[in-house]
Design a protein around this ligand. Structure first.
Ligand SMILES: [Zn+2]
Length: 331
């Protein structure tokens, strides 16, 4: 019998899903514009719609689908199947999302932090294949991390290991979305880039970014800042270099803490290229003991924009083969 898994990535701007086979190939995809910043009822209905839409394609027999992996941005207690906290989304705190979805879909569901799932995906099917100790970091709206230690995802006591984005790097520094000050996330992320742009425009600095700020309160995107930098805007360049440097400080922590063989670097912001990534590598080296500089390799993500979907499916395959996660629905 063949085996398939459905991966669903509940992100900050969309829900993406796919049917994935045991080789990590995506057979079909489906997307909705529902997203994780909406209320739980809306998101749960959208996840169910996504799942039904994939099944309706009749590409694989339903009895050959092992389960559904759901990746969600935020602090998740994966083993318990609940959203622990989502600081800017109070409605989501302590929602038992896994059990709700298991009941609605009638299949085993695994819930985890999206970056954890991406790490499992890159380890099983992507750039990390064959490594024993690796980290996956995602540089996008937020700063995500999943660490694989001795071929196992590092989950932690309550499932929230790897919250690197909320490690404080500047005591009393910039306000973070989590309520603390000076977290890595406040600098090395799309949210951090937008904040730094706003502050420098408010300080009256000469920059085209002032005219580019969305007037409806939305964040300016990293891509927009990169376009301004490419056109020669000094402030845009400096903001991206600062974000990149802090991203590298985060990598230095991984090298010092985990001594990984490989760090896979993904996320949409990495597409900005050398302006950001050169600063990132400088931030890594300047904050890492020189003896460890050559202990680690860096590689770009191999699964690209599909990493969330393939990763969510990969956790289903991993759970089925290793029984590390409780599968909560007897079939
Ligand atoms: Zn924080």
């Amino acid at each position: 019998m063949n085996a398939y898994a459905i991966g669903i990535d509940v992100g900050g701007t969309k829900i993406a899903a796919g049917i994935v086979d045991q080789e990590g190939r995506v057979l079909a995809t489906y997307q909705t514009c529902a997203h994780s910043e909406q209320c739980p009822e809306h998101v749960i209905a959208a996840v169910e719609e996504t799942y039904r839409a994939l099944l309706d394609r009749d590409l694989v027999p339903p009895q050959e689908i092992l389960g559904v992996g759901v990746g969600f941005a935020g602090a998740i207690d994966g083993p318990a199947g609940t959203i622990l906290v989502s600081s800017n989304l109070p409605d989501w705190a302590h929602v038992p999302l896994r059990d709700i979805l298991t009941a609605r879909l009638g299949l085993p569901v695994i819930l985890d932090n999206d970056a954890h799932m991406c790490a499992v995906g890159e380890h099983r099917f992507g750039a990390g294949r064959g490594t024993r100790d690796m980290c996956y970091v995602c540089f996008s709206t937020g700063y995500g991390l999943g660490a694989i230690v001795n071929n196992q995802l590092c989950v932690g006591h309550t499932g929230s290991a790897g919250e690197l984005s909320h490690v404080v790097v500047e005591i009393g520094g910039a306000q973070c979305t989590c309520g603390k000050r000076g977290c890595l996330m406040a600098y090395a992320s799309g949210i951090g880039i937008a904040r730094m742009v706003r502050e420098r425009v408010a300080a009256g600095e000469q920059t085209v970014l002032g005219e580019m700020l969305p007037c409806d309160g939305r964040r300016i995107s990293g891509e927009q800042v990169a376009a301004a930098a490419a056109a020669g805007d000094r402030v845009a360049r400096e903001v991206l270099q600062r974000a990149g440097y802090y991203f590298g400080v985060g990598l230095s922590m991984l090298v010092q803490l985990f001594n990984p063989e490989l760090i896979v670097v993904g996320g949409g912001l990495t597409r900005i290229g050398p302006l950001l990534m050169d600063a990132c590598m400088a931030g890594m080296r300047e904050n890492t003991q020189p003896e460890l500089w050559n202990s680690v390799r860096f590689a770009p993500w191999a699964l690209g924009d599909n990493v969330g979907v393939i990763g969510a499916a990969a956790e289903v395959f991993a759970a089925a083969s290793e029984h590390t996660h409780p599968m909560t629905c007897d079939r």
